[in-house]
Design a protein around this ligand. Sequence first.
Ligand code: SDX
Length: 385
Amino acid sequence: MTDPDIKKGLAGVHADTTAISKVNPETNSLLYRGYPVQELAATQPFEAVAYLLWHGELPTADQLAELQAVERANRSLPDDIRAFIDAMPTSAHPMDEARTVVSLLGSFETAGIANVLDAAGTPAENLDRSIRLFAILPAIVAYGQRRRRGQEIVEPREDLGYAANFLWMTFGEEPDEAVVDAFNRSMILYAEHSFNASTFTARVIASTLSDLYSSVVGAIGALKGPLHGGANEAVMHIFDEIGSADAVVAWLDDALAAKRKIMGFGHRVYKRGDSRVPTMKAALDTLVAHYDRPDVAELYETLESEFVSRKGIYPNLDYPSGPAYSLMGFDTLTFTPLFIAARITGWTAHIMEQQASNALIRPLAAYSGSNERHIEGYVPDAAEV
Ligand code: SDX
């Protein structure tokens, strides 16, 4: 048999179609249901983009109001879920904590569904589950950070929009409009990105007709990795390691000599820069001015120009997001859980799309192991021959 045409990492392989988003490296653009993500980030509340990803159209005023009413009514952590969270060590990685809590929510929400043939749920059930995960994830992430800081929980406020309430629950104070806008933009930019590793993981699990929560738990596991979502946390570790702009050249010399991957740079699809970076960089610039932190901008720009000039590899969305979330006051370990809270909209849209036109995802592998061989002295009985 001739060697099959293997595409390691499925690089360049179109595994299916999707109507949810279009990532276009040629034009360096990203469309959510046809809308350029830059236009959505500049004009929409994140709740409206969630609606767009789930339904294919931007909501009317009434449809948005209805979604916001359901989202606001489902923001609080139920006491039984909070008791489980309080039983977890505060030293657990926040991605592990979020993964566990989503799994717990799934166990509670699907309790009583004994027949596995009913696990996949109906489109209406899965839309409801998607909205409720979208609504409760901010409380999970915010409480996680407050627990690690030894602070009490802050209950959600129904008079605040999604972004403002997320900041309220995390920091316990009225957020500035400039910070709310930057945070809202970051959630829209992180919401969806076609068949990235975590979304494809969710689709593989959904393709077996397993339940939505199992798909999301798998996606969170994939997102944690530093080659994927974990990179925004890793970017901040790098900034802390370098310290200031004047240490960049020496640090980069050592890092490249040690063949380290520089987190926040490079992308499997975008090879001439990530289409989302200019919008997130503008949000970072607003935060640098708001908090009067020119040192952050100097380190960011020095590292970017040094690395791009040496390797010709461009920043991805995680590069500006890391310092932006740090300036907003989030702990570094909270950064990738913020990515979960945004990407839950894209993941669940893909889960529902997969189930609407399903085929079990099961690729082939070209065998590279030992030739057939047998156990010494084994004599198969007649039934086996
Ligand atoms: C996200 O897919 C998505 O859409 C993901 C995402 C989304 O919204 O869902 O956009 C979010 O995950 C963004 C990516 C975040 N990850 C990082 O920032 C981690 C650092 N980046 C690299 O590990 C890398 O760029 C990948 C994994 C993101 C993509 O790598 P590829 O396409 O598999 O390419 P590769 O690793 O084979 O790199 C090609 C060459 C290699 O050199 P050689 O070994 O051939 O000599 O470029 C080098 C790599 O070493 N390279 C880097 C580098 N990225 C690529 N070298 C140093 N630092 C880097 N960041």
